[in-house]
Design a protein around this ligand. Sequence first.
Ligand code: NAD
Length: 329
Amino acid sequence: MIKLAMFDSKQYDIESFDSLSGEKFKIKYFETKLTEDTAYLAKGYDAVCVFVNDTVDSAVIDVLESLSVKLVALRCAGFNNVNLKYASGKIKVIHVPAYSPEAVAEHAIGMLLTSVRRIHKAYIRSKDFNFSLNGLTGFNLYGKTMGVIGTGKIGKAFVNICKGFGMEVLAYDLYPDESLGIRYTNLEEIFEKSDILSLHCPLTKDNYHLIDSKALSTMKNGIVIINTSRGSLIDAEALLDGIKNRKVGAACLDVYEEESDLFFEDNSGHIVHDDILARLISMPNVLITSHQAFLTKEALGNIAETTLNGIELFFEEGKLVNEVVYNKK
Ligand code: NAD
């Protein structure tokens, strides 16, 4: 039996993993995140399973190694929270490269429609039997120009939905995919011509604050910005300024620069000290979800299946599928 310690476990993780774990696994679900202080909880386990806001830095790796934990299984695609260089030769790392690009693309479109057709406002009004339409005027997506940055798995799914709406799509990617049947161009033209901009590229050291005050100043007045990718692609303070001076018509944010201490948790009874987030939330044209875009039954099932298969193959056959290794470049 493979003993697995899962950190930052939520009810939906427990349900999806329990439904697939069978006789081969004994899983202990810890609510706490993996940190240097909690890593000792992995004592007696063969592997740890972690999510986006767990920490796998050198201190945690030292503890895990001393406890003879052999594998870190990320139940997500990104691995920016793992010190891969330090892990090299000490502990193996696997991840889930893709689980449902459509889940994220559909959430992005859901946020866009909610925002531009004011569905969130109409929902609250009609709950109170307020059937007035004043202030709910939206705009058609048909015929509008959608700028897409990053046309990988999620970006492609998103582009295909936009084409279905009859939108013009302009795209930028380091590696254009000509088979998509859309026009690729540079960032300058995308910023200048888009009515709506959606981010689907990873966060790298080269695109931190890709959307800053300078970029915003070159965009159309009323630009709608969607970010389901990573918070730090947008300078949140510049975005707030853009909203205040009416450059930005609406923002749909599933991710936020400083999300790690807040998102995924119920902070409703707490004083939130992040003034920029508080101000963004107070804006009528900002819609925020807390890193929810991946959260579909299909995606959770794929995450659990890929993670458990990867762990089983490692311990039973010595195979590393979806390994993440340190890239010296
Ligand atoms: P992917 O690797 O399939 O595609 C990423 C694309 O971005 C690639 O085509 C790549 O060439 C391109 N790219 C890389 N750097 C770029 C840059 N500087 N400028 C423009 N394009 C660049 O990844 P994916 O599965 O489509 O995921 C995209 C991003 O979505 C992830 O990096 C992650 O940050 C985010 N994500 C969010 C959620 C969520 O729940 N909100 C879930 C999964 C993924």
